[in-house]
Every structure is written in structure tokens, then in C-alpha cells.
Design a binder for this molecule. Structure first.
Ligand SMILES: CC(C)(COP(=O)(O)OP(=O)(O)OC[C@H]1O[C@@H](n2cnc3c(N)ncnc32)[C@H](O)[C@@H]1OP(=O)(O)O)[C@@H](O)C(=O)NCCC(=O)NCCS
Length: 324
């Protein structure tokens, strides 16, 4: 192959090949529609999608850079080369182009996701001065093989202790219920073991829009536990099936820090799995956890999940524009 040509993404011509690489190389359930929608909705943060093409205009790789929603000098990047076109300098070319775009946009900190299924991916990142920030493992379970009986007994025992197991659907998915869900989800996720305590949403409005108003939000798949006596929302487990995906995905499980270690996570997540098995038409449920999040991994092992490939989050610090 001759040196590839870099050009801007052409939606109609390139998006299908880019989506296919997201699925095959990044294990991300993207489709032409989801990428188009993302680009349309977040166009203000998009700092460029460039494709590398061969002499026949076939896509051999792409890079993608978009600004962080809260930290303007930070960006998220993707860089993927078709497997049959590797070791010919395409990755280096796309990386140099990406760094150039980042510098032009005043980005000083680029973060990227590197699948751990192939050690060469991380080697490439490290060879190009990226440092590893975290390692996330994948976990998978066939819900049809799950024996729910012991977990149903656990739910009953917890109900007898004064905990009410319910769902956003059963609660009417009201604005008030959404606010309670937000508070529990946001607080517990910021306490994830091994995380740096970051919050996923700026405020309730942000949560309401990016979660409750999204097309993947299923009120019946948002299982919650409320303490009857105090009305406190103490546990939740959220599950969905993304469009175009043949597996269900556990989005988040969290328990109020004052109520941990009583089996609430295991119980509420078992109900989420029952919902997925009976309503989402899947034979696989997937999730991801920080390698350091031992309690959550323990819960999932207890439920029967097995480890599958995950990914690293890497960071490259850029020098900035001279005089910038
Ligand atoms: C992870 C979390 C949901 C667990 O909630 P919980 O109600 O305490 O969970 P349970 O009582 O059902 O089970 C806790 C399990 O963790 C184990 N555990 C607790 N601390 C542990 C540790 N430091 N190392 C290893 N295992 C640990 C317990 O032994 C138990 O294992 P078991 O299921 O085999 O008995 C809770 O800690 C939490 O909300 N963390 C913050 C949010 C988060 O990390 N969510 C996961 C991201 S998706």
C-alpha cells in the first residue's frame, strides 16, 4: 500500500466503515445511525474525524477527537487502523494528525480507550508517550443460566428487613423519582473504588437529559431499593439493551455507603438480570468494572459473571501551542 491520504470524514461514504471498526476493534455497539446522531448532537465538541484512505479511496483507518464536556483543554480520542493495514505507518500518520488537531484546538490532555484484547494496542500507545490511567475489565453472563432462586430468597429477606424493591416504571418515572435516582446514581458512582471521584453529570438537568431522556433509558430496567421507614433510596441497578446490540448492558449498580455489605447490590442486580432475561430477548449480559473495584467484581462473580476482554484508559499530555 502506498502512503495513505488523510481527509475529512464523508458521512455518506465513510460512516459505515467507521462504525464497523468501532464494533470489531473497540467492542463498542455503534451503528451508522448512532454515530451520525452523536456527531449531530455534539457537533460543537467535535474537533475532527479524519479518515486515512488508500489509492482507491478505501478506508484504512480513522482518528476522532472531541472536546471534554467540562474540561475545555481535555479531549477524548479514537484511533483505529484496519487489521490488514497495520504495521505500515498508518497509525503513526493518524496519530500525528490527531495531535496536530489537538494542538490547534488548545488541547493539552488527550484521553483514549485502548482495548486490552491485543497487547500490541497498548504497546503502540506506550511507544507514543501515553500513560495508563486505569484498566477496566469486561464481564459477561448468560442470564438464562442464572439460578435466581437464592437471589429471590435474598430479596425476600431484605424485604422483611424493611427494604422495598421496585423500579422506575412502578414508581411512575416521575420527575421526583428521577431526582432521587440521580442523587443515588451520582453519589454512588463518584465513590466507585479505584475511580478519581469524578461526577458523571453536572447536575440533575444534565442527568435527566443524558440518561432519562435517552433512547436507551428503560424505566422497567432501572431497579431501585427504598428503605420503607425513612424513604431513603438505598440501592439501584440499571440495565438496557443498546440499539443494534445483541446483548444487554448493566449500566450501573450502586448502594448508599451506609447500607453496603448487606447483599443489596447482589439482590437488586439479580432483579435487573431477571428483567433482561425476560424482557430484553438476550442470552448475554455485559458490564465493565475498574480492575480495582473489588466489591463490585465480587458481586458479579457471585452472580456467575465471567471475565472477558476490557480496556485501558490512556492519557497523553501535549505541550500546547508555542505562546499559547
Ligand atoms: C459495589 C457496591 C455496589 C456493592 O454494594 P453492596 O451492597 O455492599 O454489595 P453486596 O453486599 O451485595 O456484596 C458485596 C460483596 O463485595 C465483597 N467485598 C466488599 N468489600 C470488598 C473488598 N474490599 N474486596 C473484595 N471484596 C469485597 C463482599 O464480600 C461481598 O461479596 P459476596 O457477594 O461474594 O458476598 C457498592 O460498594 C457501591 O455502591 N460502590 C460504589 C459504586 C460502584 O462501584 N458501582 C459499581 C460500578 S458499576
Amino acid at each position: 500500500m502506498n502512503t495513505p491520504i488523510l481527509r475529512q470524514l464523508d458521512f455518506d461514504k465513510d460512516l459505515a466503515a467507521v462504525a464497523a471498526l468501532f464494533v470489531s476493534e473497540m467492542d463498542e455497539a455503534e451503528s451508522v445511525e448512532s454515530l451520525r446522531k452523536f456527531l449531530e448532537e455534539h457537533g460543537d465538541r467535535n474537533l475532527g474525524v479524519h479518515v486515512a484512505v488508500d489509492e482507491k479511496d478505501n478506508l484504512v483507518g480513522f482518528n476522532w477527537l472531541f472536546r471534554d464536556k467540562e474540561i475545555p483543554e481535555r479531549a477524548q480520542a479514537y484511533l483505529v487502523v484496519q487489521p490488514e493495514c497495520r504495521k505500515q505507518g498508518v497509525g503513526r500518520l493518524l496519530l500525528a494528525d490527531l495531535e496536530n488537531a489537538a494542538c490547534q484546538a488548545g488541547i493539552l490532555d488527550v484521553r483514549s480507550t485502548v482495548p486490552d484484547k491485543n497487547p500490541e494496542y497498548l504497546r503502540f500507545a506506550k511507544d507514543h508517550a501515553c500513560e495508563v490511567l486505569k484498566h477496566v475489565i469486561g464481564m459477561e453472563l448468560n442470564p438464562a443460566l442464572l439460578d435466581l432462586e437464592p437471589f429471590k430468597n435474598l430479596v425476600q429477606a431484605l424485604e422483611a428487613q424493611g427494604f422495598h424493591f421496585t423500579s422506575m416504571l412502578a414508581l411512575g418515572d416521575t420527575p421526583g423519582a428521577r431526582e432521587n435516582l440521580f442523587r443515588l446514581n451520582d453519589t454512588a458512582s463518584s465513590q466507585t473504588m479505584g475511580s478519581d471521584g469524578e461526577h458523571s453529570w453536572t447536575d440533575f438537568e444534565d442527568f435527566n437529559q443524558s440518561v432519562c431522556e435517552s433512547d436507551w433509558y428503560k424505566p422497567a430496567g432501572q431497579l431501585v431499593v427504598i428503605e420503607r421507614q425513612t424513604g431513603r433510596w438505598v440501592a439501584m441497578s440499571a440495565i438496557t439493551r443498546f440499539e443494534g446490540s445483541d446483548y444487554a448492558y448493566n449500566l450501573f449498580t450502586g448502594v448508599d455507603e451506609n447500607y453496603r455489605g448487606r447483599g443489596l447490590a447482589r439482590a437488586v442486580k439479580a432483579l435487573a438480570l431477571e428483567y433482561a432475561r425476560d424482557n430484553l430477548g438476550v442470552t448475554r449480559v455485559r458490564t465493565h468494572h475498574l480492575e480495582a473495584n473489588l466489591p463490585m467484581i465480587a458481586v458479579d462473580r457471585h452472580l456467575g459473571y465471567e471475565v472477558i476482554p476490557g480496556y485501558y484508559t490512556v492519557r497523553k499530555v501535549l505541550p500546547g501551542m508555542p505562546g499559547g
